[in-house]
Design a binder for this molecule. Structure first.
Ligand code: ZN
Length: 231
């Protein structure tokens, strides 16, 4: 069971979905679950950003796969449809956002994972897709998707249903600094397994998500012990 802030390997990230996640955008891959993989690391291929104190993610759509004969995908508009007329992942997510804005569907729920480094991902939680649009980026049009944090929703089949009021996405540069400072290990016991980005002072008690001094790595055991002590 994952909670926002948990650190997972690639395999752990894929496990709840029963598939290998080969691409960044995954619309309703299993049991109606949608998820996206984001990255704000330097050199990331797309411009994703976090706004409003970690409640909003603006996610960039994805390019056509690179082919030997076609144009460089970075030089052409991001497509809504494949050559066979079926929607691309951009098209599927954009259609879901349109339906929500037209008032004919509930917002699509999307789980968001963020790349910390190769093979290491952070779970950012469940977001609702509330808007999408196209905008100019250099000389072409790209898709943008606006996602709003819902909090902690159990994976399908899961039994726990907890809404964590204090959840906020920790900005990427903070995650990266904390990871480096704590050397990818629990600060209490040195374990490198089942790690979690922990707010030392919880967000609900005024602790910041934006100061490295307030974020630390804890293993699952020490994270639980701390939560039990607070609650
Ligand atoms: Zn520990």
């Amino acid at each position: 069971m994952l909670s926002p802030g948990d650190v997972v390997s690639y395999l752990e990230m894929c496990a709840p979905f029963g598939v290998n996640l080969q691409r960044g955008m995954n619309y309703r891959i299993r049991d109606g679950e949608s998820l996206i993989l984001m990255s704000q690391r330097s050199g990331a291929p797309y411009q994703d950003r976090v706004e409003q104190d970690g409640r909003i993610i603006i996610y960039e759509g994805h390019d056509l796969p690179r082919t030997s004969s076609g144009p460089n995908p970075k030089t052409v508009d991001q497509p809504e449809f494949q050559p066979n007329g079926k929607p691309t992942q951009n098209g599927l997510f954009a259609e879901a956002a349109r339906k929500f804005k037209d008032g004919i569907a509930a917002p699509e729920r999307v789980r968001v994972f963020e790349k910390i480094r190769n093979g290491i991902w952070a779970y950012n939680g469940v977001f609702e897709l509330i808007d999408s649009w196209r905008e100019k980026s250099s000389s072409r049009n790209v898709f943008k998707f606006k996602l709003q944090l819902v909090g902690d929703v159990p994976f399908s089949g899961g039994s726990r249903s907890v809404y964590l009021e204090h959840d906020r996405v920790i900005p990427t540069h903070i995650k990266l600094e904390v990871w480096k400072r704590d050397k990818g290990c629990c600060v209490r016991c040195g374990s490198s397994k089942n790690l979690h980005f922990d707010h030392i002072i919880p967000y609900s008690l005024g602790g910041s998500s934006k100061a490295t001094e307030n974020i630390q790595l804890l293993c699952a055991k020490h994270n639980l012990e701390k939560h039990d002590a607070i609650q």
